[in-house]
Ligand binder design. Structure first.
Ligand code: ZN
Length: 241
């Protein structure tokens, strides 16, 4: 997927990085990412993903912009209050980078629509704020064989992990959870992880949970183990992968 002169100029700072280069930039252009939830995580990740030149972004969010969102969701302006988040985000992306195709899905993701909405993407970025939706998105990602970038934050704690639960011996999000948590921030780090996964920068980092404590300014990494009894990724027959 060739880059135009305009794109070569726009992404020059990316292309000079040996880990990205022209090939990596073309991978980003060819890639599609589904962002589930355009709240604290999504609204922070999307400007970075659009700026980086991910070719297609699908924004799935059934909510409208609320006054209380403006404090930490930099994508939204005061004039957006009351408008749909998916449509506002798609308009923002078009302004930010005309080379990115944005699709707005103003629906809440449910067991009935998840597979249809998520199929056909190269990566899913989950920034939703509840446990049930996170498991639904993870199970769908595993069944569709799509890598899942899961990001969450609560107060000063942030967690980001890349999952490839469809690959043999690799954990999925369901292998990991046991504690429910609610989401807020760390979208920029999630965007970086998404770009690394698309470009193919090593180490791959799938199955490692990155924990950030904004109060003590420390990072921790936890290696997650695949659960052989996991009802989603453990039940996938290796011959079907
Ligand atoms: Zn699993």
């Amino acid at each position: 997927m060739a880059l135009t002169d305009d794109e070569l100029d726009r992404y020059a700072r990316h292309i000079v990085l040996p880990q990205v280069g022209g090939v990596g930039q073309q991978r980003l252009k060819a890639a599609s990412i589904a962002v589930v939830g355009a709240g604290g995580i999504g609204a922070a990740a999307i400007p970075a993903l659009a700026g980086a030149g991910v070719g297609r972004l699908t924004i799935i969010d059934g909510d409208s912009v609320d006054l209380s969102n403006l404090q930490r969701q930099p994508l939204y302006r005061t004039a957006d209050i009351g408008k749909g988040k998916a449509a506002s985000t798609a308009a923002f992306i078009a302004d930010r980078n005309p080379h990115v195709a944005a699709a707005a899905v103003a629906e809440r993701i449910t067991p009935a629509n998840a597979a249809v909405l998520l199929a056909g993407h190269d990566l899913i970025l989950d920034g939703t704020d509840n446990f049930a939706t996170r498991l639904l998105v993870s199970d769908s990602a595993t069944r569709l064989a799509i890598p899942l970038l899961s990001a969450a934050a609560q107060q000063f704690q942030g967690q980001v992990a890349l999952f490839r639960g469809h690959e043999p011996g690799r954990p999925c999000y369901r292998c990991f959870v046991g504690d429910a948590f609610d989401a807020d921030d760390c979208g920029s780090f999630a965007a970086l992880m998404a770009i690394r996964a698309i470009v193919g920068i090593s180490p791959d980092a799938a199955g490692t949970l990155h924990l950030f404590d904004g109060a003590s300014l420390t990072w921790r990494q936890l290696r997650l183990m695949a659960d052989p009894g996991c009802r989603t990724c453990g039940s996938v027959d290796a011959t079907d992968r």
